[in-house]
Design a protein around this ligand. Structure first.
Ligand code: NAP
Length: 327
């Protein structure tokens, strides 16, 4: 099968290359999936570049232990491994694979898969798993949102465009913070107010937000505090994946519980979990017409390095998806 792999760390255009590999074999609790689409997220960039260096402790110190890149996937089940009863050949599924989805075929554990909603294309479904589930977990961590004010920083990005829709569905008043040109999209997703951060700072409306979800990771904590009510909560979903230092952007999330300057305000890191239950919850919102993936661009499999490079420029509108064409 064709796959895009990196056997060493470096710039995506230099190290992410096509390869012919044997089809993987599903083990217990896994299925073999014919991949139709696979999304890009900052985690893919981390596994290609090996930055921040701390990430190498988990994924391979000198080179990535697993060479095929990509995590999100949407496709069709080809074969089920031992013990699998949830899916059979021909089922259309989406979710995540730890074995790489920038490939014609991959293997994925059924605990991280769900049926693809009928109203979504493979490209749309592939955009959901990592970013959509991180947004879901962040909005859950915010607690009840009916009638409360939430600010979402990075609202036009991969996690943010899902988070805006989930917060609207939860009954919140949503302030979307994004760069120039994204206001019409934010309003179409249901945001009540949009702050273009090139024109106004996030505290321009005062300390009125009960919750701030920060996916961009570049505002100092005192500034976040000035936009928050005295009992509000800041949720840190991202820390700027390309920040310098051994821990890069993770430093910000690790510091969060120690940042005592918040008084009665709370500052918490949030982590997304990849699991079937989260995807099924998302499916219900998709089927109800309350959640729709926003796709910025698609790239063919052979141009996966360009797709990752586009993401790394830092200003995607929603998700970037790699499509796997077959002749
Ligand atoms: N906690 C977890 O479990 C988890 C899971 C996945 C990802 N992450 C992390 O979360 C972060 C965001 O991920 P993502 O997939 O949403 O990334 P993304 O798709 O690249 O979106 C990031 C957004 O940040 C915005 N941005 C850039 N500079 C900004 C600034 N100065 N002020 C405000 N917004 C700015 C950009 O929007 P504009 O074009 O509007 O500037 C961009 O769309 C990354 O650091 C990633 O590693 C965490």
């Amino acid at each position: 099968m064709r796959a895009m792999i990196n056997r060493r760390y470096g710039d995506p255009s230099a190290v992410l290359q096509p390869a012919d590999l044997p089809r993987p074999t599903p083990g217990r609790g896994e299925v073999l999936v014919e991949v139709h689409a696979a999304a890009v997220d900052p985690g893919v960039w981390i596994l290609i570049t090996g930055r921040p260096p701390a990430a190498r402790l988990a994924f391979g110190v000198r080179r990535p232990r697993q060479p095929v890149r990509g995590r999100d996937l949407a496709g069709v089940v080809v074969a089920a491994g031992p013990g699998v009863t949830a899916f059979t050949a021909g089922d259309e599924v989406y979710g995540t694979s730890g074995r790489g989805s920038f490939a014609e075929f991959t293997v994925a554990p059924v605990r991280r898969l769900a049926r693809k909603p009928a109203r979504l294309s493979f490209t749309e479904a592939a955009a959901i798993p990592v970013s959509g589930q991180t947004a879901l977990d962040a909005i859950r961590a915010a607690g009840p949102l009916t009638g409360r004010r939430i600010m979402i920083i990075g609202a036009g990005g991969g996690i943010g465009a899902f988070a805006v829709q989930l917060a609207v569905a939860a009954g919140a008043h949503v302030t979307a913070v994004c760069g120039p040109g994204k206001a019409p999209l934010m309003e179409s997703l249901g945001a009540d107010r949009v702050i273009d951060y090139t024109r106004a700072e996030i505290d321009s409306h005062g300390p009125v937000h009960d919750v701030i979800l920060d996916t961009a990771g570049c505002r100092p904590f005192p500034l976040l505090r000035r936009a928050l009510t005295p009992t509000g909560t800041v949720l840190l979903a991202g820390g700027g994946h390309d920040a310098p230092g051994f821990l890069g952007g993770f430093t910000r999330q690790l510091r969060a519980p120690l940042a005592g300057l918040f008084g009665r305000r709370r500052l918490r890191p949030v982590a997304g979990h990849e699991r079937a239950a989260g995807l099924e919850e998302i499916n219900r919102l998709v089927e109800a017409g309350r959640l729709t993936p926003v796709i910025d661009r698609t790239f063919p499999l052979t141009e996966a390095a360009a797709a990752v490079g586009y993401l790394a420029r830092g200003h995607p509108t929603g998700k970037i998806v790699v499509t796997v064409e077959r002749s």
